[in-house]
Design a protein around this ligand. Structure first.
Ligand SMILES: [Zn+2]
Length: 265
């Protein structure tokens, strides 16, 4: 397993554009923040396109306020999350794009579901909603036409979160000749996954390791902390212990060397 030199993917300076497609406002940074920083340092222009960035008019029977609300105000809550995203990505030297979809918490609950039931978001048997995936794929196609990325990174959907599965499916529906696609493992979901992210990689994809440096780790840590509205969901305020788990995982997936891994076709 060799450490990835991102330059090898686009040898000519000025031609390196990386687009990371993030389901929610924080996934790209938590999952591959060090890769983003490494790419920026190597001269890549990096765009992080986040799918679920807006509140819907229908507030999902109270679930949306629980997961996105600022004192129950979902519009203010999502505006705060977008502000956090702009600040976090500015700290990593990359450009945010917010695609404007509402996340799954805005969907109406079925009668048997409780609004605080997190399990429905990570139920792998739930249907994706093909129309929504096609809609997201159209938005991504238009963005990719404008940005002309050298490489697009999509989530593997480790953990089966429905918004991550929809995002992965939408990227899979994009049809642009010559487009190079890779995948990142979804963190923190991969910390609790028993299957291992390698088992999810698309057939034939190469495993590329991005070695973490103290600088890229500290940039990533700072960026993650910028999403302060999400702290209660990520680590209940105990950032240091949680970040140690991330670091331990990075050593495991890197075969002893702290790393992030992407899989590229
Ligand atoms: Zn997410």
């Amino acid at each position: 397993m060799n450490a990835l030199d991102l330059k090898s993917l686009a040898p000519t300076a000025g031609s390196r554009t990386l687009m990371v497609v993030s389901p929610h406002l924080d996934d790209a940074v938590i999952s591959c923040g060090a890769t983003i920083w490494t790419a920026v340092r190597q001269g890549w222009a990096v765009v992080v396109a986040t799918v679920c960035t807006e509140a819907a008019d229908d507030e999902g029977d109270g679930a949306a306020a629980l997961f996105n609300g600022a004192d129950g105000d979902v519009h203010r809550g999502m505006a705060e999350r977008r502000r956090e995203d702009r600040a976090a990505l500015a700290g990593l030297g990359c450009t945010p794009v917010h695609l404007g979809y509402a996340d799954d918490s805005f969907r109406p609950l079925r009668p048997e579901q409780r609004k605080d039931d997190y399990g429905r978001f990570v139920d792998p048997s739930r249907p994706l909603d093909v129309g929504l995936c096609q809609d997201i794929a159209c938005a991504l196609t238009l963005l990719m036409d404008a940005v002309s990325p050298t490489l697009v990174l999509a989530p593997l959907a480790v953990g089966d979160h429905i918004d991550h599965r929809r995002t992965a499916a939408a990227v899979g529906l994009v049809r642009i000749a010559g487009l190079r696609i890779g995948w990142f493992e979804d963190l923190p979901y991969a910390l609790d996954s028993s299957e291992g992210s390698d088992s999810r990689r698309p057939r034939g994809a190469s495993r590329l390791r991005i070695e973490l440096t103290s600088e890229s780790l500290s940039r990533k840590s700072r960026a993650i902390q910028t999403y302060s509205s999400q702290a209660r969901f990520l680590h209940s305020g105990n950032h240091d212990a949680w970040f140690e788990r991330l670091e331990t995982h990075s050593e495991e997936i890197g075969g002893g060397e702290p790393s992030e891994v992407i899989w590229i076709l």
